[in-house]
Write a protein that binds this ligand. Sequence first.
Ligand code: TYD
Ligand code: MG
Length: 457
Amino acid sequence: MAKPRFQFVCQNCGTAHARWAGKCEGCGEWNTLVEEGTVGGIGGGPQSLRKARPGRPVALTTLSGEIEDAPRIITGIGELDRVTGGGFVRGSAILVGGDPGIGKSTLLTQAAAALASRGYRIVYVSGEEAVAQIRLRAQRLRVAETPVELAAETNVENILATIGEGRRPDLVILDSIQTLWTETAESAPGTVTQVRASAQAMIRYAKSTGAAIVLVGHVTKEGQIAGPRVVEHMVDAVLYFEGEGGHHYRILRTVKNRFGPTDEIGVFEMGDKGLSEVPNPSELFLGERSAAAPGAAVFAGMEGTRPVLVEIQALVAPSPLGTPRRTVVGWDTSRLSMVLAVLEAHCGVRLSTHDVYLNVAGGYRISEPAADVAVAAALVSSLCGLALPADCVYFGEISLSGAVRPVGHAASRLREAEKLGFTKAVMPQGNEELGTGIAANAYRPEALADLVARIAG
Ligand code: TYD
Ligand code: MG
């Protein structure tokens, strides 16, 4: 066997360095380099003497018809199936990442149970908990009587031997990727080399047998344990499970998906019997809303194919500081700077001596530029101390010239608002093809300045 070569690998991003350094050249994180061995020399040494075995290419045209749609394993948990793009694809690998304690094991236990009771063979491999602990959780989730197969194991070779027995599994869940280790890599479990080699072995298994695999990965802010980021590019789909401390709901978000859309979210609520689906997230996000107060505007947003209404809260106050504070939770800081600049340049709203705090209610995160108008309305409302009408929703993108630009899915946004009892809307002129219901009652400013004048009275 070749002599192992040693190198220093960043546990955050996986960049290999020949020498130890305090700071990683790849991602700029500090104290993340750990000495790791690799087997042989990659691409060199006696391995390269191996005789190549020719493969047999297949004509692309002969494949059509055979693989019309990726065969999927559907859990029946609507919020989960939507995020995966209609169920787990056979032979694919999915990474489910999230902070420790957010509910990854709970979600996957429930998914495993749902699938097992539909007749699929599901193997749940846990490297973190003993079988008794998993069973306790299953009892709490009222799914202990489903035929999910449990295994407490961390060695990849043992796992492959275990699941190789009996009927082929339809889905294998590995909880978590950080606990896996394989004999082919020399480093300690949890290091980048181990995480990568183990993930690779399991993905190879998935491709060759047609089983779907789910890798659970803890996200660590300190980067001390190899983060799931190093396997992101190896898997077919990456889902992140998020939540805010103090809130019971959790959002499952697609970051990457080779077999489906990447902008879908699934919303769940964590209760004492596990996660339950939230089919109408707007109700949840707006449920925490107090009576109309200055600085609050309801944004009619979209997440993938689904409209989501959420409250945007702004607080504008005179600043004692030379450089006033700009604090944003749930939105893009540079986007806020842009809206502030447009308000200042085109609408005569001076905020350069004010602290600005912006918060998206309920710990929700918005990534759409369509929120510009709602943010501007909330800011102006707070500055003037005038509450916005409680039955009005806002959406529209703001350009640097101060114009209100049209956005996609106006009809869905309005329909959702109507469903939740809103009767008015502030929306872009360009979206005026819709003439019924709430749209007939809509105010459509051409420029942001018009809206500002209307709010300020
Ligand atoms: P878990 O799924 O173990 O998190 P992860 O695998 O992401 O680390 O969930 C941990 C938290 O969820 C824990 O704080 C307890 C809570 N929980 C509930 O509130 N209700 C439940 O029914 C279950 C099973 C867990
Ligand atoms: Mg867990």
